[in-house]
Design a protein around this ligand. Structure first.
Ligand code: BGC
Length: 261
């Protein structure tokens, strides 16, 4: 018997939603280009940000668009997401732990939903459409924000939930010292913050030996203030998709139908 291998056929459009601590943002994405196919909508994250309240806001956001019923929907969440279920809650309401994020949002929206860690979504988008596009080997995308998120992609394959923001560095949870929120909290100059980043990224490159590090998160738009101060063996570049990355990555993974290959 002969068989013919076909590349899996994925939809060319999907809807991405980025659930963050202050805002829930969504847009339809053209997956041929990685661009939004209409303007992004943002709704403030309800407080307290319980699963029920957040899911209702996601439904409101999705309903503000006129979308085909079968359009795949992807949501990011800032926690470990294992097979759709939140397993940690470093910077979100503790009530999320154990919540099937994909199922809760699917129920609220009446749609098929895929849930993914926020940094995994953003990093994956960078490998498809941004700073790590076409890069072979081991790519590590690190997002610097309220926390530190990480995304490991090996020859285009995502290894989810690496959680490198929680490496122990000098006896501290790394993100508590080196996240952008730590820079703000401690009123650090760029130079002082870069010293902390230097310590952090040196540990990361010694453990993972990536071919490329991409730095994302809101502060990456000011990359010229701190990336040139770092002395690493690994090439380190700013993310390109900026705050679209989470939405685009969530949409791309939703179209594939899985976070795992
Ligand atoms: C969480 C990660 C998340 C990162 C960025 C960390 O505190 O543990 O899951 O990706 O923050 O939001």
């Amino acid at each position: 018997m002969t068989t013919t291998a076909h590349a899996p056929h994925h939809p060319t459009a999907a809807f991405g939603i980025d659930i963050g601590g202050s805002g829930i943002k969504g847009a339809p994405v053209d997956l041929r280009t990685g661009a939004f196919s209409s303007d992004r909508v943002r709704i403030p994250t309800p407080q307290p940000s319980t699963p029920r309240a957040v899911a209702a806001t996601v439904a409101e956001l999705v309903d503000s668009f006129d979308l085909p019923h079968d359009l795949p929907v992807g949501v990011t969440f800032p926690a470990v997401i294992q097979h759709g279920v939140a397993r940690s809650a470093a910077n979100v309401d503790d009530s999320w732990i154990g919540t099937d994020v994909a199922a809760v949002v699917a129920q609220a929206t009446g749609r098929h939903v895929l849930a993914v860690n926020d940094a995994d979504a953003a990093g994956y988008a960078e490998t498809l459409y941004g700073a790590a596009r076409g890069v072979a080997g081991v790519v590590l995308v690190v997002t610097l924000g309220t926390g530190i998120g990480s995304c490991l992609v090996v020859d285009g394959v995502l290894v989810p939930n690496t959680e490198l923001g929680h490496l122990q560095v000098d006896g501290h949870d790394a993100e508590s010292r080196a996240a952008d929120s730590a820079r703000e909290r401690d009123a650090l100059s760029w130079e002082r913050w870069a010293e902390r980043l230097q310590t952090y990224f040196r540990v990361v490159e010694d453990l993972f030996w990536p071919d490329l590090i991409v730095v994302g998160g809101g502060v990456s738009k000011k990359h010229e203030k701190f990336l040139p101060l770092l002395d690493l063996r690994t090439p380190i570049v700013p993310a390109e998709l900026r705050n679209a990355a989470g939405i685009v990555g969530a949409a791309a993974l939703a179209a594939r139908g899985t976070v795992l290959d």
